[in-house]
Design a protein around this ligand. Structure first.
Ligand SMILES: [Zn+2]
Ligand SMILES: [Zn+2]
Length: 333
């Protein structure tokens, strides 16, 4: 009886050990398990974002057009009653913003963020390999699961652009955000006196009063203009400030997460992590905006300009040319 129990115990132990050895992986962790379990949801989200991309772009164009038309039809008559100097200010400032918003949005949508093709990869050494593309991946490059390709200095996939934000269109994206943000602040401030008068000072029309179509639509459109723009001011303001912060620190949205976890990891072993692409705020901005060598702020940033950043997106100088730092960055991607 004792030997039978022994046999059953041994048999059970060996079976469990064999089963566990089949799926044992030294790199398995709770976050990897969670990541694997969430894969179907990621797949659905990626597909929805990919298919709805053109709808989001259409929405941006329609909403922007409606705000501009409302401004021309309902707010400009008020502007014209404020005196010649205000008229000149609104015409110049408003159209300068509109020109920059249209230009930078168009360029952010149509410009490729940069893809490491086989031709240009021959210029660099292999730093890591993309598991999805099964091809070499330059430093700062990441795979976009919506576009299903590797993107140079990828920041994020933007559904509102139906495009990835990466090395070659990040400046267009940021300038669009900044000009759109200033534009919505401008429209909110300009429409505020009309909104205030319409909703707090004007008495409600009695039922028998004859109200023209223009007066009826004026009421709704002033409400629409003010609330849409002030809502965008808050949402877009948060996004724009986030990008200003990470560019000042010489990183992308993806790298900010990597750098944070690397800082924590190295702190545990008594080391200080330094972002190898942080050249100081001023130089980071100069590199990002592509200024210098004949390019100046007032002409190439305040006015529409199609210039690209200086770097080819494949090779990146680092602050200390410390290869270890760069490798740490790549291994975590
Ligand atoms: Zn890839
Ligand atoms: Zn993408």
């Amino acid at each position: 009886m004792g030997s039978l129990c022994n046999f059953i115990r041994q048999f059970t132990d060996v079976t469990f050990l064999t089963a566990r050895s089949l799926y044992f992986n030294n790199f398995t962790s709770s976050s990897l398990c969670l990541d694997t379990a969430m894969q179907p949801i990621f797949w659905i989200v990626d597909n929805v974002v990919r298919r709805l991309g053109p709808v989001f772009v259409f929405l941006v164009v329609c909403l922007t057009t409606s705000v501009v038309l409302t401004f021309y039809i309902y707010i400009m008559p008020f502007v014209f009653s404020c005196g010649l100097h205000w008229v000149i200010f609104h015409l110049v400032f408003g159209h300068w913003l509109l020109m920059n918003i249209i230009f930078h949005y168009y360029k952010a949508v149509i410009t490729s963020p940069g893809v490491p093709s086989k031709g240009n990869l021959s210029k660099i050494g292999i730093t890591s390999v993309c598991k999805k593309c099964i091809s070499p991946k330059p430093s700062r490059t990441h795979h976009c699961s919506v576009c299903n390709k590797c993107i140079l200095k990828m920041d994020h996939h933007c559904p509102w652009l139906n495009n990835c934000v990466g090395h070659f269109n990040h400046r267009y994206f940021l300038q669009f955000c900044v000009f759109m943000w200033i534009g919505t602040i401008y429209v909110s401030i300009t429409s505020w006196p009309l909104f205030y008068e319409e909703f707090f000072l004007t008495p409600v029309y009695p039922l028998h009063t004859q109200v023209t179509m223009f007066e009826k639509s004026y009421h709704h459109m002033i409400f629409y203009e003010f609330f849409l723009c002030s809502g965008v001011v808050v949402a877009l303001g948060a996004l724009t400030l986030w990008h200003i912060r990470i560019i000042t620190r010489g990183e992308t949205s993806i790298e900010s997460h990597i750098n944070r976890s690397e800082t924590k990891r190295l702190k545990k072993v008594g080391l200080v992590y330094k972002n190898p692409f942080n050249f100081g705020a001023r130089e980071n901005w100069r590199l990002f905006l592509g200024l210098g060598e004949g390019r100046v702020f007032w002409r190439h940033i305040l006015l529409p300009s199609s210039h690209f950043p200086f770097s080819d997106g494949l090779q990146w100088p680092t602050t200390n040319h410390n290869v270890v730092d760069s490798v740490v960055q790549d291994e975590t991607t």
